[in-house]
Design a protein around this ligand. Structure first.
Ligand SMILES: Cc1cc2nc3c(=O)[nH]c(=O)nc-3n(C[C@H](O)[C@H](O)[C@H](O)COP(=O)(O)O)c2cc1C
Ligand code: SF4
Length: 474
């Protein structure tokens, strides 16, 4: 391990992480409807800290109730949330793992608005309906933009007060920041739209407002879609930002005070390229009903998912761009099983070219997400300066202890993630976990036991443990 680059600490300006593997943002609907946190969330984050990752980036944490993607995700919209986040942070720290909170706002990409937002259109850079699900929205006024900037600054202050280790701005994957940054979405005529400089204004003003609130000595990174691929599914949409434009945004963000950048892709979530992998129609048909009333195209989509004879149409739209991807730059060490080798070649490190281009143009460390689960591949990506560290989501859901496997000298875990995306497609309705039956030797009970393990200990068990009355010695 001593000479292994995966286990070399990663030094940001204001934060040191013990190794190069970060848990990327992932969460289930673990928390209370009103955005207050639950014991299940604590258990969830602790699983990954125990598994050896250097840092955890939380899932989407809304800075305002109006900006959430769905209910039951813990928020950071008020000072009342600070004790909960402090509690999660303390648990994670027990495993020598850093905890970075992803400050977020859905903008128009709001899967399930929740009852508090009933009758309110989501806020966005634009009044144009989101192209895939048909979520309705209205363009923010200047005053609403200023209020939202303040929400981010307040969220940042709460993160610091909770004793967490840093902030990630969720400025990729189609959420509010992307809605400003992307030339495919932002159609404003004021100083927040038009030129790249204007489209980047909102992000840069948020970074500056955060720096004013928390100072220069607190870790702040941002996530960005290196390439938007805004017309990947709906091909008559504009393509959105190019890699060159994203490089420029990263340089401006660095100048404004960002300490790190996290490279992803896509102006939608999910997007055919993020997380890249399978699309199981049975699973999506079972869970998409939760979103039926959310958008004006959701009924159309549901029919496409529900009826087999329509699947070729959806598959054509969903898989179109994957075929145009450039070949992989390197394939990692030899994997003997040809099926596994093909899986890894098709999915691992798909954002690395974008990450390398960004890395050439900034001084801050660059993290890259997308398909990583093979030690030799990750080692080579870092060694060849494609990125400084990797972030992992699904392969860590499948194998919480992946980093311990790497430390023990394994190149791949015994039962790797298959990139089937059943975890993702279940998440709006069912607990988040690995739903790939083949990984559990086709034993459904075993699979459910693992999925449900996150609910233990329960809040009640925890409470009992901490309130045990000491028995006096005689
Ligand atoms: C169930 C699920 C939920 C996710 N939620 C978020 C999120 O809240 N914020 C975010 O930036 N990315 C989110 N992602 C994307 C992941 O963080 C990650 O970047 C992506 O899945 C690619 O990495 P992977 O191939 O290691 O899964 C989510 C992915 C999954 C599968
Ligand atoms: S369901 Fe399991 S195997 Fe499939 S992508 Fe998710 S974690 Fe990987």
């Amino acid at each position: 391990m001593e000479n292994d680059i995966i286990f070399k600490p990663l030094q940001f300006r204001n934060l040191t992480v013990k190794n190069r593997v970060f848990r990327s943002s992932i969460s289930g609907r673990w928390d209370n409807y009103d955005g207050s946190g639950s014991q299940t969330r604590v258990n969830w984050e602790e699983k990954f800290a125990r598994g050896g990752v250097g840092a955890i980036i939380t899932s989407f944490v809304p800075v305002a109730i109006r900006g959430r993607i769905m209910p039951n995700y813990a928020t950071i919209h008020s000072d009342e949330t600070i004790p909960f986040w402090r509690r999660v942070g303390e648990k994670v720290h027990e495993h020598d793992c850093k905890f970075i909170l992803q400050l977020s706002h859905s903008g128009r990409q709001q899967d399930i608005g929740g009852v508090e937002n009933l009758g309110k259109k989501a806020l966005s850079s634009t009044s144009d309906t989101e192209s895939f699900h048909g979520f309705l929205c209205q363009a923010m006024t200047r005053e609403e933009i200023q209020d939202t900037i303040q929400h981010f600054a307040d969220g940042a202050r709460r993160i610091r007060e909770a004793g967490l280790d840093g902030i990630e701005l969720h400025s990729g994957n189609g959420y509010l920041f992307t809605q400003f940054l992307s030339s495919g979405i932002n159609n404003r005529k004021d100083e927040y739209g038009g030129s790249l400089e204007n489209r980047a204004r909102f992000l840069l003003e948020v970074i500056k407002a955060i720096r004013k609130e928390v100072g220069n000595d607190f870790h702040l990174q941002f996530k960005i879609s290196g390439i938007d691929y805004n017309n990947a599914v709906i091909f008559w949409e504009k393509p959105g930002n190019t890699l060159a434009e994203s490089v420029q945004i990263c340089q401006w963000a660095e100048e404004a005070g960002a300490d790190g950048v996290h490279v992803s892709t896509g102006s939608l979530f999910p997007h055919p390229l993020n997380p890249i992998g399978g699309f199981d129609f049975d699973v999506i048909t079972r869970s998409y009903d939760t979103m039926l009333s959310s958008g004006i195209f959701t009924t159309r989509n549901y029919l496409l998912f529900r009826y087999g004879f329509l699947h070729p149409i959806f598959n054509f739209l969903w898989n179109r761009v994957k075929k145009t991807l450039p070949p992989q730059q390197f394939s990692g060490n030899e994997v003997k099983d040809p099926e596994m080798r093909k899986l890894l070649e098709d999915h691992q490190g798909r954002n690395l070219l974008a990450a390398r281009e960004i890395k050439k143009h900034v001084k801050i460390p660059v993290l890259c997400t997308g398909g990583f689960q093979q030690a030799s591949y990750i080692r080579q990506a870092i060694h060849d300066e494609y990125c400084d560290g990797v972030t992992i989501a699904r392969p860590l859901i499948a194998n919480n202890g992946l980093v311990h496997d790497f430390a023990a000298g394994k190149d791949l875990p015994d039962k790797p993630c298959t990139y089937c995306n059943k975890c993702l497609l279940n998440v709006t309705e069912n607990p988040l976990g690995c739903y790939e039956l083949s990984r559990f030797d086709n034993d459904y009970e075993e699979m459910m036991k693992e999925v449900m393990s996150v609910f233990h200990p329960t809040q009640f068990e925890q409470h009992q443990e901490s309130s045990k009355v000491p028995v006096p010695h005689r």
